[in-house]
Design a protein around this ligand. Structure first.
Ligand SMILES: NC(=O)c1ccc[n+]([C@@H]2O[C@H](COP(=O)([O-])OP(=O)(O)OC[C@H]3O[C@@H](n4cnc5c(N)ncnc54)[C@H](O)[C@@H]3O)[C@@H](O)[C@H]2O)c1
Length: 459
């Protein structure tokens, strides 16, 4: 099929490459010249394991091209997947301006092509509040009058860092169409055709009404965010009462009704999805005059989590970071991505800077994106290209992302480089006993701190 991806970010590029890889002709449209040029040169504008090779292979086969040219992108396309960003607006609600801009661009091309054209299917793949896809339909309809086209919603569930695997072997594919009960619905047929290679091994494809499809995405992300805030709240209580969240996890998660997944205490969720999707659900509640109390609490607990961890850092230095230098291991919001949107590391660095600390940071993948965000935030930080060099002259290290390389470091080298052997383990990577034996002060999440002589004892 002839497909167009609108937006070549984490979702648009991965989707485009994976669809090209199953034999479709894919055009990837973006508004950023640099991204388009990079893709056409075979360079990946984002870090995503496995993406560059797959992209190169499909560029070479002539099934994939990137462009800034809307006419080229839209004229021949049978299905157009809108994969642009839907960030939180100033009021917390999803900002749909990029989605609506794409709708207007598509409408202009449908209008120009006139009668006799094969109907295009405009798919909203971005995460959008319920009602958006039908609003897109109405907006296009206003411009094109009776000319044929259809719309659908197809939320994406890939995870950055595992995006290719997730897309190729989805737990499920969700497709919203206008007439889910009509066996001849053109949108449903096209969805089934384009996703057939990805669902033939038993991965289910659910064809449903559009509002339900839109809601599946928010319900899924909000549920996962709820699990994270839940375990963080339990971790906070563990600290207050001298329990150890790791033991609590073992005891609790071996209940088969609960399970172990997504119940790791830490610095709270970040990234481009959970924070904004939780806020978007709160915004949908406001719009409906309904108080989404649970989502609000999930959001509040998540914000508090970073603050509580920073309070531990501050308390360790008796309330002042003036003249201290802190090292941060990890800037990305999670491992295996260069995405730093809403990353807890950035919040902690900002707070540390506001309290007078000097910042050094290491992230082998998110160094450039991290530096750019820190510059935009006005937080001076020295980005260091070696994880041990990063510790040189520092009064402590904050483990802010659980990259594999931080899981079993050379503690002797760490101790030699740090001025003071102090680790703020925001990801609970290290064993308390081992840290005590090696003479480190160690503060983690939901576990009693390890303190060395002279340091005030705290939970
Ligand atoms: N990142 C994820 O892990 C993930 C997972 C599932 C769903 N989503 C959702 O998918 C959507 C996209 O997320 P993302 O992370 O890929 O965003 P992104 O910011 O990485 O990419 C968006 C791209 O769209 C481009 N763009 C903006 N307006 C355009 C226009 N009019 N025409 C063409 N291109 C345009 C931008 O230049 C950018 O390259 C969001 O709604 C997000 O919530 C993201």
């Amino acid at each position: 099929m002839k497909l167009t991806m609108v937006g070549t970010g984490y979702v648009g590029l991965v989707t485009g490459v994976c669809f090209a890889n199953t034999g479709n002709d894919v055009v990837c449209l973006d508004v950023v010249q640099d991204k388009v040029d990079q893709i056409n040169r075979g360079e990946c504008p984002i870090y995503e394991p496995g993406l560059t090779d797959l992209m190169k292979r499909n560029l070479k086969a002539g099934r994939l091209v990137a462009t800034l040219d809307k006419d080229l992108a839209y004229e021949d396309a049978e299905m157009i997947f809108i994969c642009v960003g839907t960030p939180s607006g100033a009021d917390g609600k999803a900002d749909l301006k990029y989605v609506m801009q794409a709708a207007d661009d598509i409408a202009a091309v449908i209008k120009r092509l006139g009668s006799g054209q094969t109907p295009k299917t405009v798919v909203v793949k971005s995460t959008v509040p319920v009602g958006t896809t039908l609003a897109v339909r109405d907006r296009i309809r206003q411009t094109v009058g009776d000319l044929p086209f259809t719309v659908g919603d197809n939320p994406e569930f890939l995870k950055e860092g595992d995006a290719i695997i997730d897309f190729n072997k989805p737990d499920r594919v969700v497709c919203g169409v206008e007439h889910p009960d009509d066996p001849n619905d053109l949108t449903a047929k096209r969805f089934q055709e384009v996703y057939e290679p990805f669902t033939r091994n038993g991965h289910p494809i659910f064809i449903m009404d559009i509002p339900s499809a839109e809601m599946v995405k928010y319900a899924s992300n909000n549920f996962l965010a709820t699990k994270i805030s839940f375990i963080n709240e339990m971790a906070m209580l563990c600290e207050q009462f001298g329990a150890n969240i790791n033991r609590v996890r073992e005891g609790m998660c071996s209940d088969s009704r609960i399970g172990h997944k997504f119940l790791y205490p830490g610095l709270g969720y970040g990234g481009s999805c959970f924070p904004k999707d939780t806020l978007a659900v709160i915004g949908m509640g406001d719009q409906a005059g309904f108080d989404t109390q649970l989502s609000q609490a999930v959001h509040d607990v998540n914000q508090r989590q970073r603050k509580l961890f920073f309070d531990k850092i501050l308390a360790h230095y008796s309330g002042s970071l003036a003249g201290k230098t802190l090292a941060f291991w990890g800037i990305a919001f999670k491992p295996n991505t260069d995405d730093v949107r809403e990353a807890p590391a950035l919040t902690l660095m900002q707070l540390a800077h506001e309290h007078g600390a000097n910042i050094r940071a290491y992230d082998s993948v998110a160094d450039k994106t991290g530096k750019q965000s820190l510059d935009e935030m006005g937080v001076p930080a020295e980005i260091v290209s070696d994880m041990y060099d990063c510790l040189e002259g520092c009064d402590g290290v904050v483990i802010s992302t659980d990259w594999d390389e931080f899981k079993a470091p050379d503690f002797t080298r760490m101790g030699q480089r740090l001025v003071e052997r102090t680790v703020f383990d925001g990801r609970n990577l290290y064993k308390r006993d081992q840290m005590a034996e090696l003479g480190f002060s160690h503060h983690s999440v939901g576990r009693p701190s390890v303190t060395q002589a002279g340091e005030p004892q705290r939970a």
